[in-house]
Design a protein around this ligand. Structure first.
Ligand SMILES: [Fe+2]
Ligand SMILES: [Fe+2]
Length: 326
């Protein structure tokens, strides 16, 4: 076990150099990147109330499920304290408070923080949301934390974040296009810029794992296999509403996302395929016997999951969320 941790730390030190070189590409300069107020009505202007009226008019066209998904996405983004505290627990991150990985964690958190901020203000202004009910869910989700099966292992963690950043990119992008179709161009723009951030983050985490495969292929392969056997759980899997038990709302949220085609079982497989291609899994050699087996398992997984997805029925059960007015 000692060796395991030491090796992880050594590899993290090794990737840190590459990360620092690329940091300005993967995280944008703070002074010039977009901020929530670039998109929202400005309360200091005389036109404030008419702008809100306009915002509310366009938000009326969003379907019930789309609003529900957007609220779930917002709560997921707002549970950011959970993700930051968890990243600092990863082996090799907080050894040095002023070190590169802590810097990465703080700057990544700072970028992500804008997402929940923007969506929350937008939802508040639409008038369609029971903000108190939503806020209760957010507080619960942060208090409940999550259990994503990565332990403190940097490989498993960065495999998880690679997957999750791609997943959030897909879902924000789809909300953007459905909002546009429904006539809400403001929401569409907002989700579009958020999706852009997520795409950049995905590139970063994928890059860290790519570097890891170069120096520790067998352990990286085993970590990838392990995460895929456990299945990548969503960060909001403990989602609940007032009066409900831990995790009880989550299934309704993912059902709505699946029904609308915002994030589906097929997307899960597509993300897996992208990771397999980008990490050149098929052509990685230098593996021990268990690593070879892990690679075979991973390579066969997309087809297996597609067969399962084929048999899955679209969840039709509609659900009344406490978050939505009326
Ligand atoms: Fe985000
Ligand atoms: Fe992100």
């Amino acid at each position: 076990m000692k060796f395991f941790e030491e090796k992880r730390r050594e590899v993290m030190k090794h990737i840190e150099k590459f990360m620092l070189e690329k940091m300005n590409e993967y995280l944008k300069p703070i002074d010039t990147i977009w901020q929530p107020s670039d998109f929202l009505p400005d309360a200091s202007r005389d036109t404030f109330f008419s702008e809100i009226k306009e915002l509310q008019e366009s938000a009326k066209g969003l379907s019930y499920d789309l609003v529900a998904v957007l609220i779930g996405d917002t709560i997921t983004e707002e549970a950011l304290p959970t993700y930051e505290s968890w990243l600092t627990m990863v082996e090799g991150v907080s050894d040095d408070e002023e070190g590169g990985w802590m810097k990465w964690t703080r700057h990544w958190t700072a970028e992500e923080n804008r997402h929940g901020d923007l969506l929350n203000k937008y939802l508040y202004l639409t008038g369609r949301v029971d903000m108190r009910a939503m806020e209760v869910s957010t507080q619960y989700l942060i208090a409940d934390g999550f259990d994503i099966g990565t332990g403190h292992d940097p490989y498993r963690n960065f495999i998880y974040t690679s997957f999750q950043e791609l997943a959030t990119n897909v879902s924000h992008r789809r909300v953007a296009s459905q909002a546009k179709k429904a006539g809400d161009t403001l929401l569409s723009k907002m989700c579009g810029v958020i999706a852009g951030d997520e795409a950049r983050h995905a590139k970063a985490y994928k890059y860290f794992i790519e570097r890891t495969f170069e120096v520790d292929p067998n352990e990286a392969m085993l970590a990838f296999e392990d995460m895929m056997r456990k299945k990548i759980v969503m960060p909001a899997h403990f989602l609940r509403e007032v009066g409900l038990k831990i995790g009880q709302t989550f299934g309704h949220f993912t059902d709505a996302a699946q029904r609308l085609g915002i994030y589906t079982a097929i997307d899960y497989v597509d993300i897996l395929k992208e990771l397999i291609a980008d990490w050149h899994i098929a052509s990685i050699t230098d593996l021990k016997e268990d690593g070879e087996k892990a690679r075979d398992y991973i390579m066969a997984l997309p087809d297996r999951l597609l067969r399962v997805a084929d048999r899955m029925k679209n969840p039709m059960l509609e659900y009344k969320f406490s978050w939505i007015n009326g």
